[in-house]
Ligand binder design. Structure first.
Ligand SMILES: NC(=O)c1ccc[n+]([C@@H]2O[C@H](COP(=O)([O-])OP(=O)(O)OC[C@H]3O[C@@H](n4cnc5c(N)ncnc54)[C@H](O)[C@@H]3O)[C@@H](O)[C@H]2O)c1
Ligand SMILES: CC(C)[C@H](C(=O)O)[C@@H](O)C(=O)O
Ligand SMILES: [Mg+2]
Length: 356
């Protein structure tokens, strides 16, 4: 088959890890008989530098015309003092929203070769874990009205509005139950219903849905407790569904249990639009341009593209096996190397390609 893939290489380590993911896609293409049309799309700080805006005209349309989008990361200190509307992160939120990508799948699994890298107690690490964090991606506090104004007697004041509709909660909730049916049939919904009204609505909708999926075990959990339960024993979780900001924070936490944030991929999916695939990590300005970044998260994002956009599970599994083989033969980038000698980004990518 021929796939049209939009590439948003982005900033910092973004271009470095996307390059390795593209190499892996090419290798999988050669092995399984697929070809690609690559469409380079400008977005983020690099787009601001080139065009004066992080989200140039035509970026959205180019992504809409593609079969899938692969993104590295955007942002970095160079652009941190721009006005909010010109910040690279604003473009990231815009593309997610414009493509209707409300469901963000962030799998966090302890890869067999990395048990020793897991910071949890050894008896817990030995059990392993494999959870799917499902993050609502186009609503909540990320998209509510923001204000900043001067008061008469309290100095400056700022507010960010957190808002959710039943429709937004129901569609992500259904995704959670459907995903759980393909896994271990367990959903934990994470909220802050002891304080937030949005969470009380979230919980009410989830309970209504749970009644429609009696074959799936359902429970609620408060987000502070969830942060603790994740580091106590992540094997408790199968599908964890939560709102936008809680999902952002909990997924970085979960990543470290797998050994490094450089390992975790994500898929952002809507109803009828191309999916967007990206590592959960950022542009890592501290290591950018040094051939130090771990390309595995981007490479596993390419595997998710095969699984969720192209519905080709064999190709996805081939990539995942190639990553596991590299890890079990001791290949480690600096973020995972401990006191051992680390491999560079390009070398790691080359070994994974060779394993396919
Ligand atoms: N999807 C995205 O585009 C995205 C996601 C998160 C952060 N960001 C942006 O990235 C910039 C930096 O953010 P941050 O420093 O808070 O988070 P970050 O994820 O970029 O980096 C956090 C730490 O993890 C390390 N790290 C991240 N990815 C790695 C990899 N693949 N291999 C090895 N080490 C890795 C970094 O070196 C750093 O020490 C900010 O501008 C932020 O807004 C973008
Ligand atoms: C860069 C930032 C806007 C983004 C988010 O918060 O969604 C990032 O942290 C992520 O996890 O993809
Ligand atoms: Mg994040």
């Amino acid at each position: 088959m021929n796939f049209k893939i939009a590439l948003i290489r982005g900033d910092g380590i973004g271009p470095e890890v996307v390059e390795e993911a593209v190499g892996v896609l090419e290798t999988v293409g050669a092995r399984f008989g697929h070809s690609y049309e690559w469409i380079d799309v400008l977005m983020g700080g690099c787009a601001y530098d080139a065009k004066g805006t992080p989200y140039p005209e035509g970026t959205k349309e180019a992504c809409q015309r593609a079969d899938a989008v692969l993104l590295g990361a955007v942002g970095g200190p160079k652009w941190d003092n721009l006005p909010p509307a010109l910040r690279p992160e604003k473009a990231l939120l815009a593309i997610r929203s414009d493509l209707g990508l409300y469901a963000n799948l962030r799998p966090a699994a302890l890869r067999p070769a990395l048990k020793a890298a897991c910071p949890l107690r050894s008896d817990i690490a030995d059990k392993g874990f494999d959870l799917m964090l499902l993050r609502e991606l186009t609503g909540g506090i990320y998209f509510g009205e923001r204000k900043r104004y001067q008061t008469e007697d309290r100095g400056e004041e700022a507010s960010d509005l957190m808002k959710y509709s039943e429709m937004e909660i129901e569609r992500i909730g259904r995704r959670a139950f459907e995903l759980a049916r393909l896994r271990r049939k367990k959903v934990v919904s994470v909220d802050k219903a002891n304080v937030l009204e949005t969470s009380r609505l979230w919980r009410a909708v989830m309970h209504r849905l749970a009644a429609e999926y009696p074959d799936v075990a359902y429970s609620d959990m408060l987000v502070d407790n969830c942060a603790m339960q994740l580091v106590r024993d992540p094997s408790f979780f199968d599908v964890l569904v939560t709102e936008n900001m809680f999902g952002d924070i909990l997924s970085d936490e979960a990543s470290m249990l797998t050994g490094s944030i450089g390992l975790l991929p994500s898929a952002s999916i809507g109803d009828r639009t191309p999916g967007l695939y990206e590592p959960i990590h950022g542009s890592a300005p501290d290591i950018a341009g040094q051939d130090k970044a771990n390309p595995v998260a981007a490479i596993l994002s390419a595997a998710m593209m095969f699984r969720y956009s192209f519905r080709l599970a064999g190709e996805a599994a081939a990539i995942e096996k190639a990553v596991d083989l590299a890890l079990s033969s001791g290949c480690r980038t600096a973020d995972m190397a401990g006191s051992g000698a680390p491999l560079g980004t390009r070398e790691m990518g080359k070994i994974i390609r060779g394993n396919i």
